[in-house]
Design a protein around this ligand. Structure first.
Ligand code: FAD
Ligand code: NAP
Length: 552
């Protein structure tokens, strides 16, 4: 265990300070060790797992298939781990993370229960001075000391996750509510007992859509407050097909490679039909949609090549889903309210098990809070317009300050005292989604400006971790103390990310990709579409000796 008591000595900085012990931080630590770099991880939670540590709400599971949503860096690990379902549940993914931590003996270099609060780049020593605060929960392994401490490191790698800063809307009267309030992303470890309870759920994104059917199965009365109806495709989850598992495990290297060549880094076995939806007759189109709806998961999003670029083509997918909802939901008014009115796949698609049919149960109610927003919490529940609702438990499935939230919650001070919050006041400015001008030796795993949330994220994480560690090895081998993105390259990069997004229809709706779910956040499309092109750009920069950066 590293000594996190104040360490202001400049004699012995660690090479790499990693913030976060999710899949990104764990692999970063392992990779640093493989390269002989000294590394340490600071993690706010009391264990590894990141997303899968925090999101213990009922129904939490992956919507990328389990044989794909897993590390590829170690062939033995790939072979030995057994997934039980097509889409892994949160407990199974958390067990996998714990297995990885144990297998590679990671925890001895992780301080748990400790948050990085600030980091300042010291231009005289070319090191980061990092302030931490142990929140008092400590570690399940006897970990982090309480109180503040500082660390010194040559490089800081932010493995803090894209969906790790919860968004809790500031509803009036929340503190006066006498019942319990839980955010899906900070779910109690002991679980929540919904039996016999009146429950309100606010939010119908992926988290809400997964949790609602299971909460409904347990509680007495469930009221769902929906602002925007969402597209959700059936998962058709089930036990993992042993023949498919055997095939993938026999062909893992080529299977992974085929996925790396996909735009979203997964789903090579569900090829995208590149032809236009408008080239087909109505009957043919319906048949293609139907087959892909039945295949489950994201298959339908790959039905035609122009769903993301042609409104008329997109409209055909919208109509197909609307018809499905009308079939699945008995009450016509409820079905209409559940039917999305934005472009198909413009907001992050959801994948569900029995979501729409849940509204056929008498004790499940849907309230539209777009036409009349939630006005206030009351001591006994919520008020929407003139109507009051009484609850024992309210679940906030209200999402995240995505992509930039966890980065901006650390008080970063770069060159010449520049703050990250100022540098990003008009939106995140990165080069390759990996580095920030004015903040030397700082790396972001799956940062804004990289494909990140538009991909199978473990694959994106692996690519970033490998790029970052190779870069640090290169600098070290060449006696270089700093690497820094130029403002010019970063401006050009942000322009590139925007141009790629603007060539699609997907900048037009109020998605969290654009930051619009957070009041006051600049409206900027943050992730970069297209994994394979992106990887090629990163590889070219590395192969060229990182010459597009300032090296010193
Ligand atoms: P995280 O897992 O978010 O880990 C970051 C860690 O950093 C956290 O443990 C956090 O506590 C810690 N941290 C943050 N700030 C600090 C700080 N200042 N100091 C110390 N520690 C800090 N992706 C997919 O590809 N497919 C899916 O199906 C999928 N499903 C998802 C389901 C849910 C419910 C959510 C919320 C996300 C899902 N994602 C999915 C995205 C998921 O976040 C990534 O797949 C992946 O787990 C991210 O790993 P990470 O290590 O980058 O970040
Ligand atoms: P989300 O997609 O941002 O959904 C939040 C929901 O809360 C939206 O319906 C939003 O409405 C609503 N909301 C927010 N503030 C509100 C307010 N003040 N009043 C009423 N409603 C409000 O968040 P999420 O569901 O947690 O998902 C976030 C991301 O995590 C997903 O997109 C996905 O990437 C990942 N995830 C994946 C899975 C999976 O299946 N693997 C599961 C969970 C999460 P608006 O739409 O109108 O803003």
């Amino acid at each position: 265990m590293i000594d996190t008591s104040p360490n202001t000595s400049h004699d012995d900085p660690i090479d790499v300070l990693i913030v976060g012990a999710g899949f990104a931080g764990m692999y970063m630590l392992h990779r640093c060790r493989q390269h002989g770099l000294s590394a340490h991880v600071v993690e706010a939670a009391t264990d590894v797992g990141g997303t899968w540590y925090w999101n213990r709400y009922p129904g939490a599971r992956c919507d990328v298939e389990s044989l794909e949503y897993s590390y590829s860096f170690d062939a033995d690990l790939e072979q030995e781990w057994r997934w039980t379902e097509r889409y892994a549940s949160q407990p199974e993914i958390l067990s996998y993370a714990q297995h990885v931590a144990e297998r590679f003996d990671l925890k001895r270099d992780i301080t748990f229960g400790t948050r990085v609060t600030a980091a300042r780049f010291d231009e005289t020593t070319s090191t980061w001075q990092v302030a931490t605060h142990a929140d008092g929960t400590g570690s399940e392994d006897g970990g982090g000391p309480e109180g503040a401490a500082s660390l010194e490191a040559r490089f800081v790698v932010m493995a803090t996750g894209c969906l790790s800063s919860t968004n809790k809307p500031d509803f009036e009267g929340m503190d006066d509510f006498a019942g319990e309030i839980y955010h899906t992303g900070e779910w109690p470890h002991e679980g929540v007992d919904f039996s016999g309870k009146r429950v309100g759920v606010i939010g119908t994104g992926s988290s809400g859509i997964q949790a609602i059917p299971l909460i409904a199965a347990e509680c007495d009365e469930l009221t769902v407050f929906q602002r925007t109806p969402n597209y959700s495709l059936p998962a058709h989850n089930g036990p993992l097909d042993p023949a498919w598992e055997a095939w993938v495990k026999t062909n893992y290297p080529s299977f992974r490679q085929a996925n790396r060549e996909q735009q979203a880094a997964f789903g090579s076995h569900v090829p995208r039909n590149e032809r236009s939806a408008l080239e087909y007759s109505e009957e043919e189109r319906q048949q293609i949609y139907e087959e892909r709806w039945q295949a489950g998961g994201f298959a339908m999003t790959r039905s035609f090549g122009d769903l993301g670029s042609d409104e008329e083509a997109n409209q055909t997918a919208q109509s197909f889903v609307a018809d499905k909802i009308a079939e699945l939901v008995d009450d016509a008014d409820t079905a209409a309210l559940l039917t999305p009115d934005q472009l198909f796949a413009c907001k992050r698609m959801c994948v569900d098990t029995d979501y729409f049919a849940t509204y056929n149960q008498d004790h499940v109610h849907l309230v539209d809070v777009r036409s009349t927003p939630i006005e206030t919490f009351t001591p006994t529940g919520l008020r929407v317009g003139d109507t009051s609702y009484d609850f024992d438990i309210v679940v906030l499935a209200t999402g995240y300050d995505a992509m930039t939230g966890s980065l901006l919650r650390v008080d970063f001070e770069g060159r010449s005292g520049q703050r990250l919050t100022e540098a990003w006041s008009a939106g995140p400015v990165t080069y390759l989604g990996l580095t920030v001008p004015g903040f030397p030796n700082l790396f972001t795993v799956t940062g804004p400006g990289s494909p990140s949330v538009l991909t199978n994220m473990i694959m994106a994480i692996e690519q970033h971790v490998e790029w970052i560690s190779d870069c640090i090895v290169y600098l070290t081998a060449n006696g270089l103390a700093t690497i820094e993105a130029s403002a010019q390259e970063a401006t050009a990069w942000v322009g590139h990310v925007n141009r790629v997004a603007e060539a699609t229809l997907f900048t037009t709706c109020n998605s969290w990709y654009l930051g619009v779910n957070i009041p006051g956040k600049p409206r900027v499309y943050m992730p970069l579409m297209g994994f394979p092109d992106y990887v090629r750009r990163c590889d070219e920069v590395a192969a060229d000796g990182y010459r597009t950066f300032a090296l010193a």
